[in-house]
Write a protein that binds this ligand. Structure first.
Ligand code: TYC
Length: 118
């Protein structure tokens, strides 16, 4: 006994259409907007104990800064209390925060790293 194959699903137009009543079917123009991803800045906070050299290394390793830029950012944090290391999409920023916090913990330094909406 051979079973009948199921009928194909009804075709739905990908664009809304309507009949203008005069025998013409019009396709409506559809706005297609993709929002750009929200951006987050990764910020290092100053403290009294983390060695300056360690912060410079973190900025080179995790934020791909050259040594001069890394030193400038570190000094800005040292003098002003905080500094932006880089701006990223949410997942990348969150990963950087975790990697920096793990590195600081491994090295026994109290360095704090946070992310905030840019
Ligand atoms: N203030 C620290 C010191 O004098 C250096 C430092 C800079 C620590 C930046 C943290 O995010 C920081 N050793």
């Amino acid at each position: 006994m051979s079973a009948e194959p199921p009928p194909p699903p009804p075709k739905t137009p990908s664009v809304p259409r309507h009949d203008d009543g005069q025998g013409t079917v019009l396709a409506e123009r559809q706005e297609q907007r993709v929002e750009p991803p929200k951006l987050y800045q990764v910020v290092l906070l100053n403290d009294d104990y983390t060695p300056m050299e360690f912060v410079v290394l973190v900025l080179q390793e995790y934020f791909l800064r050259d040594i001069d830029t890394a030193t400038q950012i570190m000094l800005k944090i040292h003098h002003e209390g905080r500094g932006v290391c880089g701006v990223y999409s949410r997942d990348i920023a969150a990963t950087k925060v975790e990697l920096v916090q793990a590195a600081a913990k491994r090295a026994g330094h109290p360095l704090q790293c946070i992310m905030e909406s840019a």
